[in-house]
Ligand binder design. Structure first.
Ligand code: FAD
Ligand code: SIN
Length: 535
């Protein structure tokens, strides 16, 4: 089946829905179709806890401080112009989602309560209890549903972007003017692969945490967008910078994926990292102690666990005023109680878990990728904002700013885009489901083990070599399976995860230094190369 639309948005998290709303409002004459592989509200966005960073209290904060904190957390590898732009546009973008209905906590004087997280030198994090992402996702979904020119199609799995390659032309990484004409998507209900043709395609497929065994990311986070752009020969950069959140809840009884996050806002509120014996240890690693940037805290916890032979470190909130923890962090409190830990009387066991990918599809300040007519925003991208390590609560902000910029850029050029004719339907070589699911599930488990064991917080040359050799083998086996079997979202996700594992590991091999989130004991020095790029 072939469909045409003016704009195809892939993904319904903060990046995709914000872009759809802005386009639909500015251009009611355009038809906007959003495809999303699960339900409309299932995304990384929905699980965001801490909040969204923006300079709000001008008496105690300013743009320069937010810029400096972002650059400092990013070990200076950030693009300073992009940092300046995002920080400056931040407050307007946050006001806009408030106008669309997003609620944030206020104090008794009706002023927004501003939280603090690691690496921030001022209180600037707007939040809705510990459910900020859920609230933003709700408000955006409701706003979209009010706009008649947006159509959201749930349970559509986008497989690949359509480019000249599908017109039978040879496309390589040096082909000039690779152009995107839309995408092929599996309708998960009918099991048919449908063709969506669009003048502009907007990619907002989010992150890739599921490539690791322990992750805070929900199961949708399989790096599909990055893998699609890599296959389409677009530019990808800095995939080695994987952010491990220092404090996922360690539940020895149940090791499910995803791991439940214990927000950094808990440390911003006074929570202290300790050993099992109740000893503080962060002062050995950074003068900001428990509120140092994430790369430093995650490495410190990892180190303490390894030297002490412990399965976790601990977060102590027992000194909070009675009732404060349960009121400020109701979801976290409930998750702790379910895991058999009462934060009032017991320290919370925590471990690092894969959380955010700083690299991705290269975009410019307008959200344009290296592929013509393909724009992107959010965690799928590499915009230059985060450098070698993302500052907490800067990613929701990044998605808002780039979705807005992209909507302006697209608004001024879409009328000049000539639709391509002659795009073939997906070649449905067969339509059976694989009868050996074990091959897919087992390879997925193997990949996660490889990434967690060899390409984690601390890396070495030999571990990276082991990882790449095994990933190459998994890739060969999976591509064989892909040629012979057909419609299976699990297989599509495995293929994408293998590409992500490959990109992270090979970029890590290329970066011969230790900086920010990339720490290789064979290259301990910091050199400061801004980009490791796949062109
Ligand atoms: P997402 O919100 O992940 O949306 C991606 C969308 O794409 C989903 O709808 C998904 O179903 C869809 N999709 C993916 N692949 C396909 C495909 N092949 N076909 C069709 N659809 C597809 N950041 C902050 O700034 N502050 C925080 O407090 C914060 N807390 C966090 C807490 C947790 C537990 C997690 C996991 C992340 C947190 N982050 C936080 C990070 C932040 O939530 C994400 O970076 C951000 O929400 C990403 O938004 P996005 O729109 O790029 O992607
Ligand atoms: C958290 O609440 O700790 C997550 C914040 C973030 O990832 O930005």
């Amino acid at each position: 089946m072939k469909h045409t639309t003016d704009i195809l948005v892939i993904g319904s998290g903060i990046g995709g829905l914000t872009f759809a709303i802005k386009m639909a409002t500015a251009r009611p004459d355009l038809k906007i179709t959003v495809l999303t592989k699960a339900s409309e509200t299932e995304s990384n966005t929905k699980y965001a806890q801490g909040g969204i960073a923006a300079v709000w209290d001008e008496n105690n904060d300013n743009f320069t401080k937010h810029e400096d904190d972002t650059m400092d957390a990013g070990a200076g590898l950030n693009d300073p112009e992009i940092v300046k732009m995002v920080v400056k546009e931040g407050p307007q973008r946050v006001k806009e989602i408030i106008d669309w209905g997003a609620r944030f906590d206020k104090d008794k004087d009706n002023e927004y309560q501003l939280g603090r997280e690691g690496g921030h030198s001022s209180n600037r994090v707007l939040h809705f209890k510990d459910l900020t992402g859920w609230e933003i996702q709700r408000a955006l979904a409701e706003k979209c549903n009010d706009l008649p020119n947006i159509r959201i199609l749930e349970h559509y799995f986008v497989l690949d972007l359509i480019t000249q390659h599908h017109l039978g032309r040879i496309v390589t990484r040096v082909t000039p003017d690779i152009t995107c004409y839309g995408a092929y998507a599996l309708n998960k209900k009918s099991k048919e692969i449908e063709t969506y043709l669009a003048k502009i395609t907007f990619l907002a497929t989010g992150g890739a945490g599921q490539v690791y065994k322990s992750t805070t990311n929900p199961v949708i986070a399989t790096g599909d967008g990055i893998a699609m752009v890599y296959r389409a020969k677009g530019r990808i950069a800095n995939m080695e910078f994987v952010q491990f959140h220092p404090t996922a809840l360690f539940d020895a009884r149940r090791r499910n994926s995803p791991d439940f996050l214990v927000s950094e806002a808990v440390r911003g509120h006074g929570g202290i990292l300790k050993t099992r014996d109740g000893e503080q240890f962060m002062d050995k690693y950074d003068k900001r102690k428990s509120l140092a940037p994430r790369d430093i805290v995650a490495r410190a916890i990892d180190h303490e666990m390894k030297v002490r032979g412990e399965e976790s470190m601990f977060l102590d909130v027992r000194h909070f005023e009675p009732g404060d923890f349960a009121t400020s962090f109701p979801t976290i409190n409930e998750a702790c109680l379910e895991a058999g830990i009462d934060p009032l009387t017991q320290m919370i066991p925590v471990v690092p878990a894969a959380h955010y990918i700083c690299g991705g599809v290269v975009i410019d300040h307008k959200g344009a990728t290296s592929i013509r007519n393909l724009y992107a925003a959010g965690e799928v991208t590499y915009s230059g904002l985060h450098g070698a390590n993302r500052l907490a609560s800067n990613s929701l902000l990044e998605a808002l700013v780039f979705a807005d910029n992209a909507s302006e850029a697209v608004g001024s050029m879409i009328d000049q885009v000539k639709p391509e004719t002659g795009i073939p339907l997906w070649n449905a070589k067969g339509t059976t489901e694989p009868d050996e699911m074990i091959l897919i599930t087992q390879s997925t488990k193997e990949l996660k083990e490889i990434m967690s064991s060899y390409v984690g917080i601390v890396r070495t040359n030999i571990r990276l070599k082991r990882a790449i050799d095994r990933i190459n083998l998994l890739n060969l086996e999976t591509e064989e399976l892909y040629k012979s079997t057909i419609v299976s979202p699990q297989l599509f996700e495995l293929r994408n995860l293998i590409k992500i594992g490959y990109l992270i590991t090979s970029s890590a091999q290329m970066r011969r230094e230790s900086i920010g989130l990339h720490f290789n004991t064979d290259y301990p020095d910091k050199l400061g190369f801004r980009e490791i790029t796949y062109k």
